[in-house]
Design a protein around this ligand. Sequence first.
Ligand code: SF4
Ligand code: SF4
Ligand code: FES
Length: 500
Amino acid sequence: MPTLKIDGKEITVEPGTLVIEAACRLGVSIPHFCYHRKLSIAGNCRMCLVEVEKMPKPQISCNLPCTEGMVVHTQSENAKKWRKNVLEFILVNHPIDCPVCDQAGECKLHDYYLSESVKGSRFEEEKVHKLKKYELGPEVMLDDERCIMCSRCIRFCNEISKTNELGFIQRGNHVELRPFPGRKLDNAYSVNTVDICPVGALTSRDFRFKQRVWFLQSADSICTGCSTGCNIKLQHNKGIVYRYLPRQNEAVNQVWLCDKGRLSYKEINDENRLLLPEKKSEGTWQIMGPEGTLLELSQVLKEKAADSLLAIASAQSSNENIFAFKKFARALNAKAVLASSRREVKDPDSDDFLIKADKNPNSFGVEKLGFKKKASFSKAKVVLVLGEMNEADQKKLTDLNAELIIVFSSHKNSCSELAHWKIPVTLFAEEEGSFCNFEGRVQKFNAALKAKGQMKPAWVWLKDLAKKVGVEMKFSSAEELLKEGFKLDYKDLGVEGKVV
Ligand code: SF4
Ligand code: SF4
Ligand code: FES
């Protein structure tokens, strides 16, 4: 275990640890472009230069293993001068079009320009001009002039997506990034190249020019695109979600997302969101107030639910809502049949990396809480539905011809149209809760947006409704429900979640 000093601070590290990583552990951030923890070392940008005593030349800290007795200076006059010169060189042909660049606000080049004190430009010749708008693939746009040839995107395609689409052509300052002939940057994980591009060369065709990033607020959340449960930062402004970014969880998605999951945020902004309670009256939908809804529903449930009750919970719903739903159904009728319904897509994609064929975030949780996939729908007179149902289950529900169907739904869709009552509930983006991913890992998501209209978390509606029916459900937060259902507090989940 070598012990070394970095900027006067001593640290002992495992053999093979790189100086850039040892420095990071000490809270010393060494500027870098090409180095990325999840990729092989390229050592091509030279931005991470440091001075090491007894070594005559500048050293790149991203490819320098720590050794016993090493003394490293990241802030010596030499180290600062070397990095400043490297940065000036990188900027020679850079277009400096920051005001119209989508990366502004989260650009490493911009940040280091300020931190490494480069002032003005001494370059008087005409810069090399390249393409400003090259469609690299269906999701990614390239501005060749901004590329600093760090090769992160190329290494991502070679080492992570293993699709090998990209390479450099030409030489010297005429180098350009290109897909191989006849190919595009078109793989299931392509937008990760945008995340790891340290400058504004690669931009997401979905997100570019929609928002300045400094207006965005961020909440830690979970992707609902499949049962992997990748950790995300859900970024939004004024009630609209603009993008998902990966959030590091080494036990789940490391630092990556698939493109489909990343774009699944659009469901939250959908114009078909259900905002107010509605009651079907003589074939047409009538908008109801929350109090009237609770009163009428409680009366009709008191009359009918004791006969035969079917409760169908979606694998898209959170653990907390499903557990409250179960308690409510059991309170109305101890023998209530508990069924689950999963979102199903035709020919679901999957791979051996992140993408799962099960396109539900909580199939594990809904089953664990006792809702059976193959439960019988027969004979039920009253049906409660939490969330959406797949087409086959919708057909079974239609055939059932039940006397009363109440759907707690986030959207107006083919499932809520089957109901006699539809009750507006929040989505994961508007409430706090948790999902169990495919391996039973309970992971928390946080409320990012304010609920619109009369939307409420399903568990709030159910608690209020239970009270009107004359049953007390003793919980007052989502966390209490998780505690009762899974014997876990949110703090028990930590950063990697907890397998149950
Ligand atoms: S496009 Fe971005 S990630 Fe790719 S080589 Fe250029 S600067 Fe690096
Ligand atoms: S792999 Fe699944 S959970 Fe992860 S980003 Fe894609 S759809 Fe979302
Ligand atoms: S980060 Fe070390 S050479 Fe690029």
